[in-house]
Structure formats: C-alpha cells, structure tokens
Design a protein around this ligand. Sequence first.
Ligand code: SAH
Ligand code: SF4
Length: 438
Amino acid sequence: MNFADSEIVNSILLEDGMTVAKDAESADVILVNTCSIRENAETKVWNRLKEFRSLKKTNSELTVGVLGCMAERIKDKIIEEEHLVDIVVGPDAYRDIPRLLAEVEDGRKAVNVLLSLEETYADIAPVRTTGNGVSSFVSIMRGCDNMCSFCVVPFTRGRERSRPLESILKEIRQLSDEGYKEVTLLGQNVNSYKDGENTFTTLMDAASMINPEIRFRFSSPHPKDFPDDLLHLIAERPNLCNYIHIPAQAGSDSMLERMRRPYTREQYLSLVQKMREIIPGVSLSTDIIAGFCGETEEEHYGTMSLMKEVGYDLAYMFAYSERERTLAYRKFEDDVPEDIKKRRLSEIISQQMNIQKKRNLTEVGKHHLVLVEGTSKRSDEQMSGRTDTNKIVVFDRMDFEKGDYVEVEITDTTSATLIARPIRKTTITEYYGAAVEA
Ligand code: SAH
Ligand code: SF4
C-alpha cells in the first residue's frame, strides 16, 4: 500500500515541477514513506532518518520529510529532535506537500496530519518509476473501520472510504495501454468496497473485462464477509488469479474474540472449504500473529492446528507488537514474554515451511502459466515469474522477455521457489482456452 502511495506522491511532486534525483546525496528533498504496523517497521524509519541527518550536516539546504502512517506519532517528536525532520505529512494530506515544502523554504517546520473522510486521490494518476513495468498496484479504497484490537491502521489511516469505480477502471485502462500485465487491487478490507450499487465483485467483473491478457489479484479480503459471488467469478474468469490471501490471524475462538475478529475457527474453515470447492486448485495464503495478549499455550497450538488443517501455500507470520491507541493497548496487557513469543513464532514458521515444501512437491510434473517479471535474482541466465497461484518460478532464460506469459512444467522445488522447464510462450486466452477444451 505504501508502494502505491509513493507513486501518488511521485505524481504530485512531478506535477509541481520537481524531478527525481538519482540518489539521496544529490537530492534537495528526501521524503520517507513510513509504516506503523509493527515496532520494527518504525525502528527502520528512525534508523533511516538518522542516516539522513549526516547528509543534512553536509547539505544545509536539504529538506527531510516523513510521510504516511508515522506522521501522527512523529509530529510531536520533531519538535524535540530539531534537526531530524522538517516536514511531516499524514496519509490524507499528500496534495498539500508542495505548499508544505514552500513553508520549509521560509524557514519553518511544516506539518499536516489531518485525516479526511473523502480523500481517495481518485483523480491522480500514479507515476510508476520504481516498479518492474509488468505488475502494478491499484488502490481502490483507503482507511479501515474494522478496529481489530491489535491494529493501528484505523488510527493512522482513518475512516474507510472507497474510490469511485470509474476512476479505478480508468487507471487500469491506462495500465493496459502502457503494457502492464498484472494488477493487484488494494484495500484494507476489499469486501467492503462500495460505490453506489457497485460492490467489490462488480468492480472485479468490470476490471477483468478491460483486457483479458491482464491478470488480477487483490489484497486483502476479510474472512467475516467474503462474498460467494466473487468466488464464482474467480472460478469462471481466466484472468482472475486462483489465489486468495485470507488473513486468519489466529486459530482459536477465544483468541479471535480478543482480537475482535468477528468469525469463529469453524466459520473460517468452512469459508476455506467453500473456496476450494468453488475454485478447484485455489492457492491460499494468510497472516498470523503469535503471542497476542494473554495467549495461552493451548491458543498457540490452536493457531498451529488451524494452519496445518488449512495447509496454506504461503503465510506472513508476525510476533505481536503492541501499538499505542489500539484497544489491546488500552484494555489488555502485552503479557506474553518476549522469549515465548519468539519460540511460538519460530514453531509457527517452521511448521509452515514444512507444509510449503510438501505442497510444492505436489507441483512437480504440473504445468503452469507463468508471467515473467524479469531475470532471476541469482542469475541473469534464468527468468523469474509467478504462477496464477502466486508461486515464484524460475526457468532458463532462452528468448523469453519480461511481460511474456510462458507455459512451464515444474521439475523441482524448494519451500519458496519452483524450478521449471519452459515449454512455450503463450497468452492467457490461448492457454486457458485450450485447457477448457481439453
Ligand atoms: N487489512 C488487512 C491487514 C493489514 S495489516 C487484514 O485485515 O487482513 C497486515 C498484517 O499485519 C495483519 O494481517 C496482521 O497479521 C499484522 N499486524 C497488524 N497489527 C499487528 C501488530 N500490532 N503486531 C503484529 N502484527 C500485526
Ligand atoms: Fe487492521 Fe483489522 Fe483493519 Fe486489517 S481489518 S487493517 S487488521 S483493523
């Protein structure tokens, strides 16, 4: 989401006549787009700002700013830490950056952390200078009203609001004209997307019709209200990926209740079962938190057993990190000792690695349609891309290029990557058309 936001800021700054500097040393302005979701995300930002302090010593004209979720928290600190930051801009105030920079030029510190009920940056065409030119993110809504007890997002990003459907489709048409092949639609709970009569399913329907050769993903839906009609749409449209990220967070009812996640383990499992019935072969990923307030050993094993029962293809796993202002901060105690949190997290991770390895082994011999994202990190002689089911695949480069769809046969695997033999360059329409006929 920050990646997508930076592209909006990029557009605002270029429109204002600025250009992109080639590195931090030659820049007049450095803006750090920040995340507050966990303590270590914030620590990284503070370290980065300290690095920039030394640049400020050699270049007294340099302006350093903090954008995004940390803005609200940092606005008081900049008064204490005089020379670290000159400008602080919250996630709904990016349009104000040119005015704030002018204030800094007049020798003042500049702050705008106001949250909005309407801002969606709908009319701003993001300028994508740092992506791979093949896959892109499109933000469809901002903020969150869910108030999960551990989560700071509703406080840093404000109330939930949806971007008008037409502005989203316009952006996707533009991406299509520019040759993009993959779009991930982003929101904190995409199921609650709403623009008049339009729901997330009607949005996906309209988006997928723009260009049958662009594949679509989305992140994140919430298990409490995942719509059935979306599952049927994914099953029938070749360019809607057979991959769903469906964050569980925990596996026991008592923990889910403390987390204010309004579903039970059983409801979650029946959703998973329904996904697998309607979309055969669908791949699933999740988010998990270890060591949340009051977590017992039994609740921890509840999470482990849920993960085992579902058998996720991928999981993002975190140790609980207490965030100010959240319900958990106000009402509960962050009482699981650090060493126990760490041990539980590593048990969760190592079980997941084993599950992934086993699941990936079943891929050997199967054919997949891979969208090539570029050369592999390890070797220029290998290409790297993703299957429709979001698994990373590497194979020999041959004549393939970034942006090609390639049919491959999986020959080998690790827990994170599939290794394949390329068969032919093809298209979504041709590949799935043939599969349907067969
Ligand atoms: N809106 C998305 C989640 C966005 S935050 C959803 O509800 O699915 C991404 C993930 O960060 C969350 O799913 C959660 O697993 C994790 N997370 C959020 N707050 C956290 C905290 N205080 N400590 C540890 N992990 C946290
Ligand atoms: Fe945070 Fe819950 Fe909203 Fe996701 S749904 S952003 S976890 S409050």
